[in-house]
Design a protein around this ligand. Structure first.
Ligand SMILES: [Mn+2]
Length: 469
């Protein structure tokens, strides 16, 4: 149920959009996708752009936005469908909930208006419907060369830019949801830490963590990573049983029923105790995490936050003897990226990488492009921060064979890596510490601060397990 504050925010979003976009706008929610046969469906997830203006998920719906007015296009389920799925709200009730000014059957979309701005509908079915009804293809914002854009593409691009401008700063409705996602995610990670000593496998611990989200009626915002192979950055399998000395990397976040995400990572020893080598590297990653969060404030360039993480990690690796040289020079040469190849963070909101469906349109300030350098290539956000932006801060250290065993890289960095010393840290495969950080007018607020980051606190939490009989 939407609150009156939520509805006031939705109203404000639509007014803002009308100030920036002259053309009427149509946005598709999408359809549920069948899994092998028609009656077995994947869970439905509405388009984030639809959710942003409609506030609530609705399958196979379209909203029209013109001069701040909202029109809902949607068909109530058929009487036959209610046999299987139970009764549904009427179109009038749904329209009232979202604060719509008008509501019409879905078939009225093609007659609504001729020249509209839109963004690609999210599923194959809805994209086909969109193409047919608008009489044109919708390729998304800014594809191709601007000089070759037609009038439709210019409209769509203008819409995308306006939506980016709006969604970059979280309003009160969004913040209530994002705090809820963060709080449930913290609870899930705590449950994971506290039950580790009772479990023997990645799969069992994943079940423990996700059970907390499910109990709150929240799906996961992305496929959870629960792995003792933390060096595999997007690991999505859970085949291992725990061995003494393993570090477990858990990257898992809840999504609220209205679609807002959290994104949190912790790394902890399955035995409850870090080895000396694990502790050394954990503390380096934590130093980068803390330094970056302390740096966050309006006006700060996110690229500089990334470079601060690189500098802190390079400096720490020099201190423990893995890297040789001056930290500044090592960062200049991208030597840190052998161990920290990804970006320091990204936008977070309705999507876990917020608005990445628009490519780098949201993450990169207009006029900026991805840099080729190994140490900057995977930076997903390159903008000056502004208040009410929500970002992740997630430094890491990994021993990735594809990088460390690459003959060209070994040659390139032969003078600055002490490979013999590195071999002594073989019980560290991957460490990442990730929190969700809101930029405020004074600096920042960590939405996920209730989850411990200090190694001693993490160990205390793992060891607080009440062991099963
Ligand atoms: Mn993340």
């Amino acid at each position: 149920m939407l609150t009156s504050v939520d509805r006031a925010c939705l109203h404000h979003r639509r007014q803002q959009l009308a100030d920036w976009v002259e053309d009427p706008v149509l946005l598709w929610s999408g359809t549920s996708v069948s899994r092998n046969f028609a009656a077995n469906r994947f869970p439905f997830r509405a388009s984030s752009h639809f959710l942003y203006f409609a506030g609530m998920p609705l399958q196979n719906a379209v909203i029209g936005l013109a001069a701040g007015q909202l029109t809902l296009f949607w068909d109530e389920p058929s009487p036959e469908s209610t046999v299987w799925h139970g009764p549904s709200l009427s179109r009038r009730d749904v329209a009232e909930q979202m604060g719509a000014d008008d509501h019409l059957p879905l078939s009225a979309v093609p007659t609504w208006t001729l020249a509209v701005a839109t963004l690609p509908a999210p599923t194959a079915d809805s994209l086909q419907q969109q193409t047919e009804w608008l009489g044109r293809s919708v390729s998304g914002s800014g594809s191709g060369h601007p000089q070759e854009w037609d009038r439709h593409m210019e409209r769509d691009h203008q819409l995308a830019q306006a939506i980016i401008r709006l969604r970059l700063q979280q309003d009160d409705f969004a913040l209530t949801q994002l705090q809820q996602a963060a709080q449930i995610t913290v609870e899930a990670h705590l449950q994971g830490m506290r039950s580790t000593l009772n479990h023997a496998s990645e799969a069992a611990l994943r079940a423990e963590i996700e059970s907390v989200m499910m109990a709150h009626q929240c799906p996961t915002a992305y496929t959870s990573i629960v792995t003792v192979q933390g060096e595999i950055l997007h690991n999505d399998i859970y085949p291992h049983t725990f061995a003494p000395g393993d570090l477990l990397l858990v990257d898992a976040g809840a999504e609220t029923p209205l679609g807002w995400a959290a994104d949190v990572t912790r790394t902890w020893p399955v035995s409850g105790h870090f080895s000396a080598t694990q502790r050394d590297l954990y503390d380096i990653v934590l130093a980068a995490h803390d330094a970056c969060i302390a740096q966050i404030a309006p006006g700060v360039e996110f690229r500089d936050v990334h470079l601060l993480a690189a500098q802190t990690i390079a400096s720490g690796l020099v201190d423990v003897g893995i890297l040789r040289g001056q930290p500044e020079d090592l960062v200049e040469r991208d030597a840190h990226a052998l161990f920290f190849p990804h970006g320091i963070g990204h936008l977070l909101g309705l999507d876990v990488h917020d608005m990445e469906d628009l490519g780098d349109g949201a993450g990169y300030e207009p006029g900026r492009q991805r840099c080729d350098r190994m140490g900057l290539r995977y930076l997903r956000l390159d903008r000056p921060l502004c208040s009410q932006m929500l970002v992740t801060i997630e430094p890491g250290f990994y021993q990735i064979p594809a990088l460390l065993h690459n003959p060209d890289l070994r040659q390139q960095y032969r003078d600055c890596v002490n490979w013999d010393r590195l071999a002594q840290f073989e019980d560290v495969r991957g460490i990442r510490i990730e929190d969700d950080v809101l930029v405020t007018s004074e600096g920042s607020q960590v939405l996920t601060s209730a989850l411990p980051t200090q190694a001693d606190d993490v160990m205390a939490c793992v060891n607080s397990t009440s062991l099963k009989e």
